[in-house]
Design a protein around this ligand. Structure first.
Ligand code: PEP
Ligand code: MG
Length: 746
């Protein structure tokens, strides 16, 4: 880059800054900027197009085109060269615009006389705001220096827009972050909530975009990068053992030492940007690339670069996570993603959570479910759009969130919440009633748990005990393997909190989607069918032995129920049982109290176990159907795969017949049987399970009310007849028939 180009660019940026500092209306500023830019670039035309809605760009200011076209000329995303720049986020630089693919002639602008065209996207941190264009009569391609210069101007424009410099009349000049936005994501946890945004990672605000003294800015940048390098090295030194963390930090280190990254930022500074603006410009470019790459590895690396840029900006601006703003009383957490530990720290304070990323099976989602906090995941752009304190409504049932909702949405949403609250009151009124169907069949309703945070629900929900305590959650939310004493302490508190009600502890169920952050991940082609749960427990019994010991100590002479996950054949149960016997003998030898009553059960999660020998059914003290896994194996449809997971109905006659067979086998041998998959908490599914003979259902605490309320109203013998009739008629699923029956209930 020539010295002249640098000094021209600095001059232009200096004048832009002065424009920004002057008291002026948004339109006036835009007009001035087009004038200054055309003048500085030596082009006849400079125009600014901004989005007036998600799909439409509007000419908002121009130097050189017909002034009457301002706020009149509009184009759709992808339409014409300007629309193409906006859609692709890429520069178009052509000497002969009219012969360029996609060129669209706009007669009202008078642009037909301009042959060369240079359009660059105006975007901020991956968000598209508009397009900046220069045009000239002379047919020539713009030089790399010129392209670069105009990109820097576009960046400054984007930042100025963020700071509210171009507010004026009309949709294209509305203040940013003031419009209602509907964010469409995916359900992570059902439920609705209204509150105000609390950003997990508050945005860094850069106000000094332009700087006069490049040497000083370069030095500031170098110092900040040095601080960053040192802190990454320190983190690396302290991260021994954790392969994932080390990998991320290595990537950080690679970027922090990357000459290309540094060089680009130094060039931006030479052009007149401040150190902060230079970092943000590179960050924006990385985000723009991120939205286009599909390769998972590359995306992750760009994500690393994004994280690193944030750290660097915090060092440069001195803005930490503590921005001085106070958490609202009704916080809805907004974040790109969040770890389970961090989520637990917020705890029940949160009314709702909206994440840009995340997945249904992620640990954060597990924690959100345990805390019964409505969660929407995959909500695009939410961290760009939301500001701390914004009004937001979260609809976890539909997987959407309304940011800054307008009055009609607020009213409709509040109606929905009120209806749900009424239903909650109804459930509270039947809380202490037993779940007895209209035909007099008693069904036991238990709750699923996994965290201490779940236990207050034991009383509040009316659950008669804990049918499934997922012990892996205690392992998942930590950074290192918990110690035996720690576990014994937690289990003892769980037993205490249950106040004599039965708690079924399931031993560690890891592998598949549940990967411990501190254990070496297994690279398996198909983890759901891989080395998981009891298979790990038997092959590497150290952790299971420690867990059994902790459970026996926690029971401290009281009754204890232990359940082994994922038993696929008799032998696995027998061997696991031997481990319990050994643990009891050892504890006795050590002088610890042994449980007054010990029940050892298994989860039936693979079809194979339904056909185990009669002897197995006689020996196992209880069985619990893990419907989530059982269903995925029965239909060969991955429970984590959004494309297929809802494809097969739980009320499909094949699955119900299969479950009926299990009920019959258990009746023959008198083996207590329960069902603890998610379907137990869905009222219609629960009703059908009870109708085919299941007498114990374990579910999320929030489901107990709705399930009980439906059971009380129905005669199970009638539902059973409806199911059998539908099956005899050749229906694929009994759902329509059962829905019909429910509609005609008195
Ligand atoms: C199940 O598979 O149904 C179950 C209850 O266990 P998890 O969801 O923890 O695999
Ligand atoms: Mg399971």
């Amino acid at each position: 880059m020539s010295d002249r180009a640098e000094s021209e660019s600095r001059k232009l940026l200096g004048r832009l800054r002065d424009t920004m500092a002057e008291e002026a209306a948004g339109q006036e500023r835009l007009d001035k900027i087009t004038h200054l830019t055309a003048d500085s670039m030596g082009t006849e035309v400079c125009s600014i197009y901004l989005f007036r809605d998600e799909n439409t760009l509007e000419l908002c200011a121009t130097q050189g085109l017909n002034p009457d076209a301002v706020h009149e000329t509009r184009m759709k995303l992808g339409e014409g060269l300007v629309g193409r720049v906006a859609r692709s986020g890429k520069v178009i630089n052509t000497a002969d615009a009219p012969s360029e693919a996609g060129f669209r002639y706009m007669p009202e602008t008078g642009e037909e006389v301009f042959s060369s065209f240079l359009g660059v996207p105006i975007q901020r941190l991956g968000e598209k705001l508009g397009v900046l264009v220069v045009q000239s009569r002379e047919a020539r391609e713009f030089t790399a220096d010129e392209v670069y210069a105009i990109e820097v101007v576009a960046m400054v424009l984007a930042e100025m827009a963020e700071l509210g410099a171009f507010v004026g009349e009309g949709a294209a000049l509305t203040r940013r972050h003031t419009q209602p936005v509907l964010l469409r994501g995916t359900t992570g946890q059902e439920g609705t909530a209204e509150g105000h945004v609390w950003l997990h990672e508050p945005r860094v605000v850069v106000t000094n975009l332009v700087a006069d003294d490049p040497a000083r800015e370069r030095e500031r940048l170098q110092q900040a990068v040095e601080t960053l390098r040192v802190s990454v090295d320190e983190l690396l030194a302290g991260a021994s053992g954790d392969a994932d963390q080390v990998q991320v930090l290595e990537a950080y280190r690679m970027f922090a030492n990357s000459k290309g990254w540094m060089r680009r930022m130094e060039e931006d500074i030479a052009r007149g940007l401040s150190a902060e603006a230079a970092v943000e410009k590179e960050q924006s470019a990385a985000r723009a690339r991120m939205s286009q790459v599909t390769d998972a590895y590359l995306r992750e690396r760009l994500q690393d670069l994004d994280d690193l840029s944030n750290r660097l900006l915090r060092i440069l601006t001195g803005q930490g996570n503590a921005t001085g703003s106070e958490m609202p009383a009704d916080p809805i957490l907004v974040a790109r993603n969040i770890g389970p530990g961090e989520l637990l720290e917020y705890g029940r304070k949160l009314r709702g959570i909206v994440l840009e990323e995340g997945s249904v099976g992620s640990h954060a989602a597990i924690v959100a479910r345990a805390l019964a906090i409505p969660l929407v995941i995959h909500a695009p752009r939410v961290t760009n759009e939301a500001l701390n304190g914004d009004h937001i409504m979260v609809d976890g049932d539909q997987g959407i969130a309304h940011l800054r909702p307008d009055d009609t949405v607020v009213t409709a949403f509040r109606d929905k919440i009120a209806m749900q609250e009424k239903a909650l009151e109804r459930y509270a009124s039947i809380r202490d009633r037993p779940a007895m169907s209209a035909c007099g069949t008693r069904v036991t309703l238990l709750m699923n748990a996994g965290l201490m945070a779940d236990l207050p629900s034991l009383e509040g929900s009316g659950a008669e005990g804990v049918g499934l305590f997922r012990t892996e959650l205690q392992f998942l939310v930590r950074n290192q393997m918990p110690r035996r004493t720690e576990l014994a302490d937690i289990y003892a508190r769980v037993i205490d909190a249950a106040k004599g009600k039965r708690v079924v502890f399931r031993t560690l169920d890891i592998g598949s989607d549940k990967v411990l952050p501190y254990m070496k991940p297994n690279d398996e082609p198909n983890p759901a069918l891989g080395w998981r749960a009891i298979r790990v427990g038997l092959d590497k019994p150290g952790v299971m032995r420690m867990q059994l010991q902790a459970l026996i100590r926690a029971a401290n002479g009281q009754a204890l129920s232990i359940m082994f996950p994922f038993i696929a054949q008799y032998d696995e149960f027998r061997l696991a049982r031997v481990e319990v016997d050994k643990a009891i003998a050892r504890e006795k030898r050590l002088g610890h109290k042994i449980p007054s009553k010990l029940e050892i059960g298994a989860m039936l999660e693979t079809p194979s176990l339904a056909y185990a020998s009669r002897k197995f059914f006689e020996e196992v003290e209880f069985l619990s159907i893990g419907g989530n896994d059982l269903k995925q194996f029965f239909f060969a449809a991955d429970r984590e795969n959004e494309r297929v997971r809802r494809r097969y109905d739980t009320l499909n006659v094949s699955f119900l017949s299969f479950l009926e067979g299990i009920v019959q086998r258990c009746e023959e041998t008198g083996t207590p049987l329960s069902f603890c998959g998610e379907d137990a908490g869905r009222p219609i599914e629960a009703l059908c399970l009870a109708a085919i003979g299941l007498r114990t259902l374990s579910m999320r605490p929030a489901s107990i009310g709705p399930v009980k309320s439906l059971l009380i109203r129905c005669r199970l013998d009638e539902v059973r007849a409806v199911i059998h009739d539908a099956r005899d008629r050749g229906e694929q699923s009994v759902r329509p028939a059962v829905m019909d029956y429910l509609q005609n209930l008195p």
